[in-house]
Structure formats: C-alpha cells, structure tokens
Design a protein around this ligand. Structure first.
Ligand code: TYD
Length: 206
C-alpha cells in the first residue's frame, strides 16, 4: 500500500483538533492505519523548537526569525517522522504543515508567500502533502476565535486583524493550488464536518 500525507489546517478554534482525531478514526474504520503528528513539533528537535516559538513575549522573535524557526522545525519533522513513515507505506495526518507558515508568516506576517516557499525549498526540498484540508468558517473565523481566545499562545494571541489575514491567506493558497489544497466548511455537527473531510480525500483512498 502507498502511504499518503494529509495535512489539516485552519485558523484558531475551527475544531481542528477534534476533526484530526475523528478523521483518524474514520480512516482506521476503513482499514487505514494513520500516524498523526503536529506542527510545530512532531519530532524531538521540532518539539524543542515549538517551545521557543510559542512561549514568551510577542517581541521575542522578528517575523524573519520566526519563519526560519518554523522552517527548521519542519525540516526535522519531515526528515525524522514524516518521510520514514511514508517510506514504510503508512499514511500520515499532520495537524498543520507548510500552509500554516504560508498563512501566518507569509500572509498575515507580511513576509510574502514566495519567501516562505523558498525557505521550505531549502529546509525540506519543497516536500508537499498529497492533500491539504483547510477548515473554514464564515465571518472571518471571529466566532471561533472568541471561543478559543482563553488559552492562547504567542501566535494565537495576536490581533483579530492578524487572524483575519491568516484566513484570507488560506483562501488565496486554495485558489493558487486547487488540486492540493481544499477548503472544507467547518460549520454544522462534528460528524458532518468529518464527512466533508472524507469526501475531500475520497480520490486518494485505496
Ligand atoms: P497550537 O497550540 O498547536 O495551536 P492550534 O490548536 O491552533 O493548532 O499552536 C500553533 C500555533 O502556531 C498556532 O497559532 C498557529 C501557529 N503556526 C504558525 O504561525 N506557523 C506555522 O508554520 C505553524 C505550523 C503554526
């Protein structure tokens, strides 16, 4: 069996963590054993970088340093966790991947999408998911953010304007790469959302 690499993306509080587990369970029911992982993190080195990125004051890193740290964490994650699993024929499901850097650092952070793609080329040889599922809600995701703001970290705690730009960037990326990146409506019951996610990877299933 050929392993597939799927990433799950979205702004803050769109129900991503719940859906990651639900999608893993649905795939398991269909006989697909999926390794779940996350970013920033997913390997020992990348988990160490995660703490640097998410803890501390807003001014701890410049946007350039921040993007480089995400790219470094991702390079380690790809090399140590994702590629080895795919080589063994396993499916990999990642809670966030490159498109978070494109949206948060490239779009909202102002670095530009092309700069982030260049860093990814250097760090991970441009390695991309077979499919990227972006959970989206109407209204600039503000409803979801209001629910989520309590436990925010260095990046999650940024302004509503920043998060609106994250949302816009995800939509732009989906337009630029329609084959790989699919927007998935995150409204409705959790079961309805899970079904939409499954529909959006139906062509990849064995
Ligand atoms: P996390 O606690 O995993 O949040 P979430 O539940 O929203 O996924 O924190 C990850 C934070 O890091 C989140 O605010 C998104 C941000 N992030 C980036 O800014 N760039 C990236 O490349 C990645 C992977 C995450």
């Amino acid at each position: 069996m050929t392993g597939r690499f799927i990433s799950l993306e979205g702004g803050e509080g769109v129900g991503k963590s719940t859906q990651l587990l639900a999608l893993q369970a649905a795939l398991a029911e269909g006989g697909i054993d999926c390794l779940t992982t996350r970013e920033p993190g997913g390997s020992a080195g990348a988990e160490a970088i995660r703490t640097l990125l998410l803890d501390g004051d807003e001014g701890r890193w410049s946007i350039q340093s921040e993007a480089l740290l995400f790219a470094a964490a991702r390079a380690d994650h790809v090399e140590k966790t994702i590629r080895p699993a795919l080589t063994q024929g396993r499916w990999v499901l990642s809670d966030r991947f490159l498109d978070s850097s494109l949206a948060y650092q490239g779009g909202a952070g102002g670095l530009g999408l092309e700069t982030v793609r260049t860093l990814h080329e250097l760090g991970s040889q441009g390695f991309l998911p077979d499919r990227t599922l972006v959970l989206v809600l109407g209204g600039g995701n503000e409803r979801a953010r209001a629910r989520d703001s309590a436990g925010s970290d260095r990046i999650g705690g940024r302004s509503a304007d920043y998060h609106r730009q994250v949302d816009e960037a995800f939509r732009l990326i989906a337009q630029q790469e329609p084959e790989r990146v699919r927007l998935v409506d995150a409204s409705g019951t959790p079961a309805e959302v899970t079904q939409r996610l499954l529909d959006a990877i139906a062509d990849l299933l064995p």
